[in-house]
Design a protein around this ligand. Sequence first.
Ligand code: NAD
Length: 259
Amino acid sequence: MLKGKTALVTGSTSGIGLGMARAMAAEGANIVLNGFGDEGEIEAARAGLAKDCGVEVAYSGADMSKPAEIVAMVEEAEARFGAIDILVNNAGIQYTATIEDFPVEKWDAVIAINLSSAFHTTRAALPKMRARGWGRIINTASAHGLVASVEKSAYIAAKHGIVGLTKVTALETAGSGITCNAICPGWVLTPLVQTQIDARAARSGLDEAATITAMLDRQPTKQFVTVEQIGGLACFLCSDAAAQMTGVPIPIDGGWVAQ
Ligand code: NAD
């Protein structure tokens, strides 16, 4: 379905981003991976994806908190592949504390990586998408882009912000062959969430299983969403069936925001 297209997925060295990159590579898209991690593991993931799916896979170590590195990443991807057809703004970090205790530098980092990076990538990638008359921009928001929880002020502000950016991008590109939508996952068991499980377990004294049960209280199905399910939704958004879907925050959250 995506043969001949190129997808740049920010924050794709683990978790949801890697899941979306895998799903798109399986549909034939060339991939630009991005994110941090162990150099050997990243190279193994890059080479494995290329071999398994018969596509080209590049890697950029650009830091999504640094606008100049973001622009350079987009330019390098365009120089190699011609254009970025599919842009997935997925890189994200979490930090939890009440507002009074929230360190200013953590606020700035969460807003930069989870929100501003999507503005910088979109701004840089749009001209070539417009020239081709086709594009898909998928922003990873969250159930926390639609509803709030305590102790996540920066994350929730960023995720509500990216839902707003999604709507503006959709309106500014309407009718051009480009769509922009936001995926809003509930709990997905990735390294980002494992850190929260460990912290909660240490704080409460509960074991891991009991901590997970307590966390899934917000998610009516009581099951984690999987990265494969999110990859499937991302591929659907790239399909012709989704050509008239734009500006939508789409929950994939086991019923979380239905409550
Ligand atoms: P993860 O920690 O597994 O992945 C985060 C990715 O972002 C990694 O590849 C990491 O290297 C990259 N990254 C972090 N800081 C970066 C930076 N400065 N520059 C470039 N890359 C950077 O976490 P995940 O759960 O897969 O999260 C991916 C996205 O999904 C995030 O935007 C997160 O907010 C969102 N999300 C996650 C959940 C969940 O339950 N896991 C739910 C809703 C939304």
